[in-house]
Design a protein around this ligand. Structure first.
Ligand code: HEC
Length: 739
């Protein structure tokens, strides 16, 4: 990047910050009586006042997780102390990257309450409780302002709320008395039983919020359209069909009329915005059902695609499909990052997209041309009846993947001889041939990196001065397979096997701790609690609003019994489903189409040894720095530890990590993300040296935010232990600053 561009970017940054600081100041103290023209003078004023907001999800709409702050340096970072802690008083999961505007932090609690907290003391200012408490992950909020007026936009379950940032009160002019139901405007006949939730916040462009949403992984699922809404009225301004309708480009990559029956292809990971050009970059996930695509033969555009859309109209400018006809749940898992690089002697404005597979794709963001070569490689066909895998998939030639991709016998765990022997026995029963091997019926296939990447929803950080990207990655193996849906077992069994078994397993034993066992769930939870979990979802479990009361009762009766003998009836002598219902689409009494596909996924299974550690050799999680000008790695270090293994001398294992890094102008990379060691860390961006680490009350499975108020730089991280049920349960935001 040339110095000219950098200085442009930084001054834009300061200008925007000046505006925000002024607007917050106006509602806090000055009663809005100042004119808020952006001027050089004001930028300087802000700089001298020593304020720096974190005004968008991950810092800036460009998605680079970069902060111009320099107070905390490589030298003094080891003096950081806890400045304040805000305990939400709730158990559950917290994945929020909060906003900090003026003196306030806007954030979520695990039950999706929105809170405003004094960002210098951690004192609670206001709370907004959505009508239904949800347990969906709330990764952040969106903030709009024109300097006079401000709006906070927060998703909870299927609603998007517009709040007054000063008071936390609903802004009644937006949609339906301050909220919109995001399931509307999708061209679906009836959405009252559908599930869609804005778990990653939308992005603000002019007076619009552009967003995608989370969806179920199997039928029924709504269309994953990407849409823009007016921030004042809550009216839809444009919509892009990720599953094309007749006469739209890409329609031919599906069976005819597929858009009527299939769903998802949704952007759940967030977006990046080139504000100057008015282009939004939106990565999408797979179409339903994730693992068996017999009813969606073809490439399935624009599932698994990076879309460049005109932010004013939603018109597609270019796209790149990362996985054709995805049958492995290889969603693009992270928001893209905008960066400027040198490529073939020229300065190019680029967009970087990471993947679960461990790939990094880099494109000229004006036209979608790859800056590192991408080749279509051949992969094996599917052996499952009805399925047709794509003959090829795109593979970037550089950079090298940041996670291992093919598990071989010499890579199994050596932690103890017993663990090794066990892993060898298991491994012999698996198919392990690297990426894009279609899953087989009644056999487990190694998926490596696992279903959770590679890269994950935390995204990556980019140092715009250096053109270097920092990517944290998981590096463990999972397995998956298919099995035929056989009739019998009763109505509850059918619902369980089609909608729940992918995560909780055909045998209901799950894959703890990520996916809890439901065997004896009735001894831990009341029927009411089970029903609420099913209706509202929890953590990574989507809500199953498609189930009406009789179905819910059948399902709850089935959970503790789990009898799958053909023809057997579940508890209470309920009617068995006729066998023909298992192979065709049927319109159920709720009017909601439901597919019972011929094959189903047998469950997300981590390849763990009998003691619960990854059954492969470390590193199990890493932090990587790649120079985007050359595609070369600058450094790569293990990220995370298992405290009890450290005591045994295994300190460089790395661990699974969720949540992303932040990089500052002073060359410090802040990251928590690791599950088991409850640490926040700072690395030297130039060489990967660990500069500092501190204990957190729970795991920091979120992306930090850094900001400055009154000349003091803070770094804040959301912490919780939803991913480690054996750890203490609770959740808190913890802010650090120099003494
Ligand atoms: C996409 C994966 C996924 C699917 C599909 C799914 N679940 Fe879950 N479920 C989870 C996860 C993950 C948790 C743990 C959530 C947490 O505690 O954060 C969970 C938790 C639960 C719990 C609470 C268990 C406990 O001990 O607290 C129940 C009950 C449950 N699920 C039932 C179901 C039923 C019934 C279905 C089908 C209608 C279903 N789940 C479908 C992933 C899933």
């Amino acid at each position: 990047m040339s110095n000219h561009r950098l200085s442009n970017r930084v001054s834009r940054y300061w200008a925007r910050t000046a505006l925000l600081v002024s607007s917050v100041a106006s509602f806090c103290t000055f009663a809005g009586n100042r004119t808020l023209a952006i001027s050089e003078g004001q930028s300087r004023l802000t700089a001298t006042l020593g304020n720096q907001d974190w005004s968008a999800y991950n810092g800036q709409v460009s998605g680079d997780h970069y902060s111009p702050l320099q107070q905390i340096t490589r030298e003094n970072v080891k003096q950081l102390k806890v400045a304040w802690t805000f305990d939400t008083g709730e158990k559950g999961g917290l994945q929020t990257n909060p906003l900090i505007i003026g003196r306030r932090m806007f954030a979520f609690t695990p039950s999706q309450k929105v809170v405003a907290v004094d960002a210098t003391t951690g004192r609670l200012v206001w709370v907004f409780s959505p009508e239904k408490p949800g347990q969906q992950p709330s990764r952040g909020l969106a903030y709009w302002t024109d300097g006079r007026q401000s709006i906070l936009l927060a998703g909870a379950l299927n609603n998007l709320y517009a709040l007054d940032p000063a008071t936390g009160k609903l802004l009644p002019g937006f949609g339906d008395d301050g909220k919109i139901d995001v399931r509307r405007d999708l061209g679906e006949p009836d959405v009252s039983h559908s599930f869609a939730a804005v778990t990653t916040p939308g992005i603000i462009y002019k007076d619009m919020i552009i967003f995608g949403f989370r969806e179920p992984e199997s039928q029924p699922a709504v269309h994953g359209d990407i849409r823009a809404y007016d921030v004042h009225t809550g009216k839809m301004r444009w919509s892009f069909h990720t599953i094309p309708h007749p006469n739209e480009a890409g329609y031919e990559t599906w069976p005819p009329e597929a858009y009527k029956i299939t769903g998802a292809a949704n952007d759940w990971a967030g977006m990046a915005l080139d504000e100057e050009r008015g282009v939004v970059y939106a990565p999408t996930g797979s179409a339903v059902s994730d693992f068996y695509g017999a009813d969606r033969i073809g490439d399935d555009l624009y599932a698994n695609s990076l879309l460049a859309l005109d932010a004013n109209t939603g018109r597609r400018i270019w796209h790149f499909q990362g996985v054709h006809h995805d049958i492995w749940d290889r969603d693009f898992p992270s928001p893209p990052a905008l960066v400027t690089v040198r490529s073939s002697g020229k300065t190019v404005d680029a967009v970087a997209q990471t993947t679960k597979e461990g790939y990094l794709f880099l494109f000229d963001r004006t036209n979608g041309k790859p800056l590192f070569q991408i080749e279509e490689h051949a992969f094996p066909p599917s052996t499952t009846p009805g399925e047709q895998a794509s003959p090829t998939q795109p593979v970037p030639v550089t950079p090298a993947p940041y996670a291992r991709q093919r598990l071989t016998a010499d890579m199994l765990t050596m932690r103890t001889p017993t663990a090794h022997a066990w892993a060898e026995e298991q491994f012999k029963t698996f198919i392990s041939n690297g990426l894009y091997v279609p899953l087989s019926v009644d056999k487990q296939t190694v998926v490596f990196p696992g279903f959770d990447g590679g890269a994950e929803w935390g995204g990556s950080a980019v140092d715009p001065k250096l053109g270097v990207i920092f990517i944290n990655a998981n590096d463990i193996a999972w397995t998956g397979g298919l099995t035929e849906n056989k009739p019998g077992g009763g109505a509850g069994a059918t619902i369980y096997q089609t909608q729940c078994s992918a995560c909780h397993g055909s045998d209901r034993k799950g894959s703890p701790p990520a996916f809890p066992s439901l065997v004896d769930v009735n001894k831990r939870l009341s029927d009411q609690e089970i029903a609420e979990t099913i209706m509202n979802g929890k953590g990574r479990m989507p809500a199953f609003t498609n189930l009406d009361m009789p179905k819910l009762m059948d399902l709850i009766a089935y959970l503790p019994v789990g009898d799958l003998t053909p023809g057997a009836e579940s508890a209470g002598g309920r009617t068995a489903v006729p066998s023909e219902a298992l192979s065709k689409r049927e319109v159920e009494s709720s009017g909601n189409p439901t597919t019972v596909a011929k094959y189903r996924f047998t469950g997300y299974k981590k390849f763990l040894d009998p003691d619960g550690y990854p059954a492969i050799a470390p590193p199990w999680g890493t932090l990587n720095a790649i120079d985007l000008n050359t595609g070369k790695y600058l450094w790569r270090v293990p990220l995370g530890q298992y405290p009890e293994l450290v005591k045994l001398g295994m300190s460089d294992t790395g661990s699974e990590n969720y949540g992303g890094p932040v990089v500052t102008a002073s060359g410090v990379v802040f990251i928590a993300a690791t599950i088991y060691d409850h640490k926040m860390r700072a690395f030297d961006s130039s060489n990967g040296k660990l500069l500092w680490e501190a204990d957190l009350p729970y795991a920091g499975n979120a992306t930090p935010a850094t900001y400055m108020i009154g000349g003091k730089q803070y770094v804040v991280i959301a912490t919780s232990n939803a991913r480690n049920q054996r750890g203490p349960q609770g959740s808190a935001y913890v802010a650090f600053a120099l003494p």
